[in-house]
Design a protein around this ligand. Structure first.
Ligand code: ATP
Ligand code: MG
Length: 737
């Protein structure tokens, strides 16, 4: 992506390097505008240019609101606008970031404490656990993640299937009590969860006295990237901000909708004209990112989805080299072959940060990381949210949140005895009781622990904790890095890690230091930044945002985190049935189609070279398992790929084509000495690839055979009925030729 800033003296420069359709979109008169186009056609480029164009045409920069998919994308956008007068006042950020911004300014109009803290998913689960223990002890059926999902489903207007079946009498009441208490706790502690950031934003626009008008008056132009992944509430938020016929630009690709499980719906992009009372649609067909062969492979895969409108996509690059498909015998071999392939790229002159390894399941990265380390290839795992979910990072953030918000009970309970300061369950129960009786936050009750009947070591520990928090509060609220360092050291937290006998524990110090370094970066970038802003940034980090962004390293990331990005060389690893598509998706209606879109997203990140790898076996928690290639690989056009098979003894050479991918009978794998290995045998009568007939399901192709004797199970892909596993002895299958 060209990173030049747009300059005011040269307006034609804003559109000179765009094709006709892109230019039409960038320069369209303000009004509802939808850009629907495939991967790599310049949607994001059009969106950022349109922001610059609008400003250049005289729109006040602060009247432009650009919603990007990540915080990083927002930063890049603002950097580019830097050269336009006032460019830095364009609001660019994510939906959640915008929600937080809005509520800090106007939340008070609907009774929200504007000093709220954001409750992330992990803390939300901790809070729900506390509430479940209080209200439904012994109710094993109510698991925290399911309860969280149900709450979210209710809050978001309960459409579709409920995550939790409250089918037993009394259950609904229990659940309602949980929901009520959860809401009370959040309110008492001035906490907002992720759903609230969006829902309350809508409410403030609708109910907050005058707020809707003020903001509609301010944000005259709203632009949204990756619109296919917005949900209903996000749509409502936009429709509150933009009147019918108003200047709303959305760009998206229904084939890249990958967040359905979080409530995203392509219905938004489809209903756009209806929602906005008309509008223009621009279609982009020229792909500037990928070679012809990469595109042809990606298109062959996505073309198999039935719930889609076919799009035309032509590349502006040449055919390029064939897409490589590699099969390894096991995970370690896959790791080694990925590392070797990367080394060849580097030797051929690619920079490590030109290269990305993308996987569906995080577990796929382990063996690859190991192999990269062995070959001294620098890499980093794009962790984004994961970094902020690490225990030590969360602990330190909990301290910081308590400094900011003494009413944050979840944070207090998290660190009350971390590091150990003699505050056991009994003491905690006493101060919780007192807090409850007095209607004060737990941290407040802890100050007067003696009155609550706490004594001895626990009393001393709680005093020291309160004093530390007071000291931190007494500090000027910046620089933030200094406050964090005070908390990490003053609490004894860092010393606890450093003196641990466990190497893993000691290594956690690095993450504590990294968090302080992250704060320092922010202090330097925005000299007036306050602790509250830092906490908000930490809570709203998205999957792609990373604490450090130094170049020069191969990037490893999940397919979800790869959305919107591009790299000259891409490896999609672990392309196996069960991982890609993910085994959990198989039973979900529409699940496979979503997985196919995700695979399409992964493949279309590649500019020049694409390598797909899979392994024939893997050690899983069930033992050593035989693995089959992803059915998506079967859709690749043979003319555009090059197969490298390291494990032909695993049932014949792999080749694409209609499933199953194995062309010869499967022999028991010649791996010896591996304990717990699950060996799948094929009886002489049945061969993977056979065409079969079933009295009910009709015609199909034998995909896999497992178990032995009486327990032999067959997996068959039935035309029109999908994949079924059947017990052979009952299946009444007939072979057809
Ligand atoms: P995705 O669907 O993956 O988000 P996208 O449609 O947003 O992709 P961009 O990332 O905007 O596509 O563009 C893909 C690549 O093509 C970028 O490197 C971009 O700079 C380049 N590009 C877009 N339009 C043009 C053009 N007219 N001339 C040259 N390069 C272009
Ligand atoms: Mg994009």
């Amino acid at each position: 992506m060209a990173s030049a800033a747009y300059t005011p003296g040269n307006p034609s420069g804003l559109v000179a390097d765009l094709n006709e359709a892109q230019r039409a979109a960038v320069t369209a008169p303000p009004g509802p505008l939808r850009v629907v186009a495939g991967a790599g056609t310049g949607k994001t480029r059009v969106l950022t240019r349109r922001v610059a164009w609008l400003v250049h045409q005289g729109a006040a920069p602060w009247s432009v609101l650009a919603i990007t998919f990540t915080n990083k994308a927002a930063r890049v956008l603002k950097e580019r606008l830097g050269a336009l007068p006032g460019g830095e006042s364009v609001y660019a950020g994510t939906f959640h970031g915008f929600g937080a911004w809005l509520l800090r300014r106007h939340g008070d109009t609907i009774g929200i404490d504007t000093r709220f803290t954001i409750l992330d998913r992990d803390d939300q689960h901790r809070l729900l656990k506390l509430i479940l223990d209080e209200l439904a002890p012994g109710e094993g059926r109510l698991r925290v993640p399911a309860v969280a999902a149900q709450l979210s489903w209710l809050k978001n207007g309960s459409s579709g299937r409920a995550p939790l079946a409250l089918d037993r009498s009394g259950m609904e009441d229990v659940f309602e009590a949980i929901a009520t208490r959860y809401a009370e706790r959040l309110r008492a502690a001035s906490l907002l969860d992720f759903d609230d950031l969006l829902l309350e934003s809508v409410r403030v626009l609708v109910e907050g006295a005058g707020v809707g008008d003020v903001l509609r008056d301010r944000f005259r132009h709203v632009l949204v990237d990756e619109y296919q992944d917005t949900n209903r509430v996000q749509r409502d938020l936009l429709l509150q901000l933009v009147p019918p016929g108003g200047s709303l630009t959305v760009v998206g690709d229904p084939d890249q909708s990958i967040y359905r499980w979080r409530g995203a719906t392509i219905g938004n992009i489809l209903a756009f004209e209806e929602d906005l009372g008309g509008g223009n649609t621009v279609v982009l067909e020229r792909n500037y990112r990928s070679t012809g062969r990469i595109l042809s492979c990606a298109e062959a895969v996505i073309a198999k989805n039935t719930e889609r409108h076919a799009k035309r996509l032509v590349t502006s690059k040449d055919e390029g080299t064939p897409v490589e498909v590699h099969r390894a015998g096991d995970a370690d071999e896959e790791g080694r072959l990925v590392a070797a392939r990367i080394r060849r790229w580097v030797e051929a002159g690619r920079r490590p940060d030109d290269i990305a390894v993308i996987y569906r399941v995080n577990a796929a990265s382990r063996a690859i990381e190991l192999a990269l380390r062995e070959r001294s290839l620098p890499y980093r795992v794009v962790a984004g949210t994961e970094f902020f979910q690490r225990r030590e990072v969360k602990d330190l953030l909990a301290y910081a949140r308590l400094v900011e918000n003494p009413a944050d009970d979840v944070s207090f309970l998290r660190i009350a005895n971390v590091p150990r300061r003699g505050v056991g369950d009994t003491s905690l129960a006493k101060i919780r009781q007192r807090a409850f009786d007095q209607g004060v936050p737990i941290a407040e009750a802890a100050r007067e622990a003696a009155t609550a009947g706490v004594s001895g070591k626990a009393l001393k520990g709680l005093r020291e904790l309160s004093q530390l928090l007071d000291r931190a509060r007494a500090q000027p609220r910046r620089p933030v890095a200094a406050i964090l360092a005070l908390l990490a050291e003053g609490s004894g937290y860092k010393a606890m890690l450093e003196t641990s006998h466990d190497e893993l524990e000691r290594s956690r110090v690095e993450n504590v230091d990294e968090l302080v370094a992250f704060a320092r970066q922010l202090d330097e970038r925005e000299p007036d930044v306050e602790l509250s802003t830092f906490l908000e940034r930490a809570a709203l980090v998205s999957e792609q945002d990373d604490v450090e962004e130094d170049g020069g390293r191969v990037q490893l990331m999940s397919a979800h985190a790869a959305k919107g990005l591009e790299f000259p060389c891409v490896v999609v690893a672990g392309a196996e049935d069960g991982w890609f598509p993910h085994v959990r998706s198989v039973d979900e209606p529409g699940g496979i189609e979503e997985e196919r879109r995700l695979f399409y997203v992964a493949m279309t990140r590649a500019e020049d070279e694409l390598v797909l790898t899979f392994s024939s076996s893997r050690a899983t928690y069930r033992g050593f398992e035989r693995r089959l290639p992803s059915p998506f690989l079967g859709d690749l056009p043979p003319a555009d790929i090059e197969v490298h098979d390291r494990a032909p003894s695993w049932g014949g050479a792999w080749s694409p084509g209609p499933r199953p991918a194995f062309s010869t009978p499967v022999a028991p794998p010649p791996v010896s000495g591996v304990e717990g290995e699950v060996v799948r045998e094929v009886g002489s009568a049945w061969t993977v690839g056979d065409r079969v007939q079933h009295p009910y399901f009709g015609e199909g192709v034998l995909f896999d055979v497992g178990g032995r004797g009486e327990d032999t199970r067959v997996t068959v892909d039935f035309v029109g009925h999908g994949r079924r596993q059947l017990l052979l002895r009952h299946a009444r299958l007939e072979r057809i030729r």
